[in-house]
Design a binder for this molecule. Structure first.
Ligand SMILES: [Fe+2]
Ligand SMILES: [Fe+2]
Length: 278
């Protein structure tokens, strides 16, 4: 039996509590009179978080489809991302902020930003099962949040596992199952539950490494397939610490209605994302 398996079970992974600011945003959003000004006020109370939120929305390659002008205020951020997506953006920003404090590594942030950008590009090309761009952006940004939790909660052990995966180029989820008995997908789903993410994002966190095409495809399944494809393109480009998973690109493109030419174009853009600095 693997040494890790003796020590760790999914129940031992302590999921961080809901950050204060996120809880306050949820409360504000539940108020029918919630306004951009009110939400802005809540975020601005936490300057470090404000800086992180602005850094994320202004990250290079995160701007396709925008005018190219930097987002310079929290109010503009809310307009760009949409009120409904603010909770998830603030959640990722607060985890990223911990990362800045030296507790997590930056590779995963680069990977999340690249997948978010690739997912946005793919969403713009969906002709059959439409995926909304702003939803794709957030789902890409969140999809591997379970890895961030594991790096934070089991720093030594999980980093060692990631190093093994990087050295051998095998897909991460399979290696996690073998060594830990659970994956970052289950951990991400637990976090999504605890932090009250909308169900569509929880679904993506939990299922983005599932294989095959589901029999019934609703909005959450379509989004999940799109994120799975974005993840593969980004890992193929070498942005991430794991081998690319087995994903049938052509099959997913057929289901979502993305044409082959558009996919090739997006691959070129993803190849240019290798220098993302954050
Ligand atoms: Fe993943
Ligand atoms: Fe990923």
């Amino acid at each position: 039996m693997d040494a890790l398996q003796k020590k760790i079970s999914l129940a031992d992974v302590q999921i961080p509590g809901l950050p204060d600011t996120t809880a306050q945003i949820i409360a504000a959003l539940e108020d029918d009179l919630c306004s951009v000004t009110k939400l802005e006020e809540v975020i601005l109370r936490d300057p470090a978080l404000t800086a992180e939120v602005l850094k994320i929305v202004n990250a290079p390659y995160y701007q396709s489809g925008r005018s190219g002008k930097p987002v310079s205020s929290v109010a503009d951020t809310i307009m760009f991302i949409g009120m409904g997506n603010l909770v998830t953006l603030v959640s990722i920003a607060s985890l990223t902020h911990q990362c800045a404090a030296g507790r997590l590594d930056r590779d995963i942030i680069r990977h999340l930003l690249a997948v978010s950008s690739a997912a946005a590009l793919l969403a713009e090309q969906t002709k059959k099962l439409r995926v909304r761009r702003e939803v794709a952006v957030v789902a890409g940004l969140l999809h591997d949040i379970g890895i961030m939790v594991l790096l934070d909660r089991l720093p030594g052990e999980y980093q060692a596992l990631r190093n093994r995966v990087t050295a051998t180029g095998v897909p991460l989820a399979g290696a996690e199952l073998e060594s830990l008995g659970f994956t970052h997908c289950s951990v991400g789903a637990m976090l999504a539950e605890r932090w009250h993410f909308p169900p569509i994002y929880r679904f993506v966190l939990e299922h983005h490494h599932d294989e095959g095409i589901p029999a019934e495809i609703r909005e959450s399944e379509a989004l999940c397939l799109l994120v799975r494809l974005a993840d593969k393109l980004v890992l193929d480009a070498g942005i991430g610490s794991e081998g690319a998973p087995e994903v049938d690109e052509a099959q997913i493109c057929t289901v979502l209605g993305i044409d082959g030419k558009a996919l090739e174009e997006i691959k070129k853009q993803v190849a240019g994302m290798t220098g993302i600095e954050i």
